[in-house]
Write a protein that binds this ligand. Structure first.
Ligand code: ADP
Length: 251
């Protein structure tokens, strides 16, 4: 619990700092990209200009991710069915994993009610699936499964069952030195291609939603992520929900 608290406080601090910097930085990048575009239209600059343009685009992508990570988003928290969310994303997930990866889904028969922000849960899924794809450069198989398990998310909570979301790949896997650091902001093994913010964001969302996340991995064998969320009571009014402003960490 102490470690969770420290991690949350660290994330919040970094989030605030990064958000402030990213916002100003993004404005500057917009100017740089604007002038690049102007020079291109006048057909001046050649390959050097393309390099500048590419670097600025990458920087802009990074700042956008930083902003998404740090933003005090206005969330629409509602009771939603996780299976419906996954079904709705299926085509996009297929496109993300590409043709060399076999994607199978095993969804629980019953509806899996959770109290969460729809967009945030989509982000969790997209990040985990994107990472799995990156871990299988030569193809492989990805399994997404959901079920209800008969134990609460946190040992000390009210005893309600939980919803489990499992995302399993048979990719490169991770050594323990890597696995123990994956939720740290900016930790990446992907060099320039990574930001190290994907799993820090996932961690933030899952804990904010009252859940937990676990990761099992072995080099050469693959990786399994398990997300546990408290099972909620079914909602009679499908559109009921409230917009509340939440902070990344609430202890
Ligand atoms: P990024 O993807 O930008 O590196 P993440 O926070 O999403 O940032 O991931 C951090 C690191 O965790 C990755 O660089 C990678 O080393 C490791 N990782 C995450 N998911 C997997 C996976 N499914 N298989 C192997 N390694 C993974």
């Amino acid at each position: 619990l102490q470690a969770h608290l420290l991690q949350s406080q660290k994330l919040e601090g970094i989030g605030r700092l990064a958000g402030g910097v990213a916002h100003d930085f993004n404005n500057l990048l917009t100017v740089i990209l604007g002038y690049c575009e102007l020079l291109r239209m006048r057909q001046r600059g050649g390959t050097e200009l393309e390099e500048i343009n590419n670097a600025a685009r990458r920087a802009s992508q990074l700042t956008r991710q930083l902003l998404a990570f740090s933003r005090r988003q206005v969330l629409h928290v509602e009771t939603l069915d996780l299976n419906t969310l996954i079904r709705g994303l299926h085509r996009m997930l297929r496109r993300i994993v590409g043709e060399d990866v076999g994607l199978t889904t095993h969804l629980a028969e019953e509806q899996l009610w959770v109290v969460a922000d729809f967009g945030q849960l989509e982000q969790v899924l997209l990040n985990l699936v994107g990472n799995a794809r990156d871990a299988m450069p030569a193809g492989g198989s990805l399994r997404i499964a959901t079920r209800i398990i008969d134990r609460p998310v946190h040992a000390e909570s009210s005893g309600r069952p939980s919803v489990e979301l499992m995302i399993q790949d048979n990719g490169v896997g991770m050594a323990e030195e890597v696995r123990s650091r994956i939720f740290e902001p900016f930790f990446t093994t992907k060099g320039d291609a990574g930001t190290g913010l994907g799993l820090a964001t996932v961690y933030g969302i899952v804990t904010q939603t009252g859940g937990e996340i676990e990761c099992d991995s072995a080099p050469g064998a693959g990786t399994t992520f398990r997300v546990f969320l408290p099972l909620a009571q079914a909602q009679r009014e499908p559109s009921a929900g409230a917009s509340v402003s939440r902070h990344p960490a609430h202890g």
